[in-house]
Design a protein around this ligand. Structure first.
Ligand SMILES: Cc1cc2nc3c(=O)[nH]c(=O)nc-3n(C[C@H](O)[C@H](O)[C@H](O)COP(=O)(O)O)c2cc1C
Length: 334
């Protein structure tokens, strides 16, 4: 494939993704406000934060809040996790019945102990019999495309994740996202992209994930591994522009840096959305980490972060952002 094929549509079952740039599910981060921002910069497919099937079946209020799609967020995938085939299938059925999403993704990669202890996430990937029962149940419960996201293996010596890929496709899974790290590796460990290449021979569409933090990384992963789409996670933190920049790189051979004015305009748009969706208290709380990411690498950012963490009122937060913006402009002489 040519690098520019990243901008062409991708079919995942009945779901047509307008380009092959995918925003990863991220707990506590890929919420409605931020997904709306990511979408506005060109993410072809966005995913909810992972949501517990057990909590959904019980009708947990906070969990239901995760499921709302942003205006115009189409296609949108909801990622579910759980170790019980019946509740996973029931959850999928409800998501489809309520028209909440365009595809359903099963989390098979989460290494968090609490999740794994319940037999979900990466623990499910390592228990082949139960894994296939869960996947078969979910696929059989809905007409929507079902996808999975997994890691390549538990430890470098074996290939549990890769081994199950053909079986997942034969059960009717419509795409696999492969995070090119072991379950035992920390997020700071360099990813092993050769596993993405190997996986792409086992079933398609195969979406590569792990270590994409710049537009150049995205095109490199796509061309080196032969994957069908590139999924970005930490590379979009405080940097929704990465999706636009990838497009610019492919269309013009270079991309525009983000101006200070645009950066602060987007920060404010994001804050407004966060307040609208979560209310004052939660909206401000949820924005704190995002604001820290938006100003990463900027002069005196630790002082800005410290002040932001002490603010509880929207007006004050907007004022603080304006002050910091003005200070940065004055320093840069613009
Ligand atoms: C804070 C955080 C939250 C995450 N939440 C999820 C999640 O809800 N579902 C999921 O499948 N992966 C989750 N991941 C994993 C990412 O989607 C992605 O696979 C991983 O960060 C590797 O990609 P990257 O190197 O581009 O960051 C999370 C990762 C982080 C750091």
């Amino acid at each position: 494939m040519n690098p520019s094929d990243l901008l062409t549509p991708l079919e995942i079952g009945s779901c047509r993704i307008p380009n092959r740039l995918i925003a990863a599910p991220m707990a506590g981060i890929s919420d409605l406000p931020y997904r709306a921002i990511l979408k506005s910069f060109g993410a072809g497919l966005t995913f909810s934060e992972m949501v517990s099937a057990e909590a959904l079946v019980r009708g947990h209020r906070k969990t239901r809040g995760i499921l709302q799609r942003a205006e115009g967020e189409n296609p949108f995938g909801i990622q579910i996790f759980g170790g019980n085939a019946d509740s996973m299938a029931e959850t999928a059925r409800r998501l489809e019945a309520e028209g909440l999403c365009d595809l359903i993704d099963i989390n098979l990669g989460c290494p968090v102990k609490k999740v794994m202890r319940s037999g979900a996430g990466a623990a499910l990937m390592m228990d082949r019999e139960r894994l296939f029962a869960v996947v078969e149940g979910v696929v059989g419960a809905v007409a929507l495309p079902v996808t999975v996201k997994l890691r390549a293996c538990k430890t470098p010596g074996e290939m549990t994740g890769l081994d199950v890929i053909p079986g997942l496709f034969s059960l009717g899974v419509k795409a696999v996202s492969l995070h090119a790290r072991c379950v035992s590796w920390s997020f700071s460990h360099p990813p092993e992209w050769s596993w993405i290449k190997a996986a792409s021979f086992l079933g398609r569409p195969l979406i590569g994930n792990g270590g994409v933090s710049s537009p150049e990384d995205a095109t490199e992963m796509f061309t080196k591994t032969g994957c069908d789409g590139v999924m970005i996670a930490r590379g979009y933190l405080g940097n929704p522009w990465i999706f636009r920049q990838i497009r610019q790189l492919l269309e013009k051979g270079a991309y525009d840096p983000v101006s200070l004015d645009e950066r602060f305009e987007v920060m404010k748009r994001h804050l407004n959305l966060s307040l609208e969706v979560f209310g004052e208290r939660q909206g401000i709380f949820r924005m704190r980490k995002h604001l820290a990411w938006y100003v990463r690498g900027m002069p005196l950012n630790s002082e800005f972060r410290r002040r932001v963490n002490e603010i509880h009122l929207p007006m004050e937060l907007f004022r603080e952002m304006d002050n910091y913006h003005d200070m940065l402009k004055a320093r840069s002489g613009k």
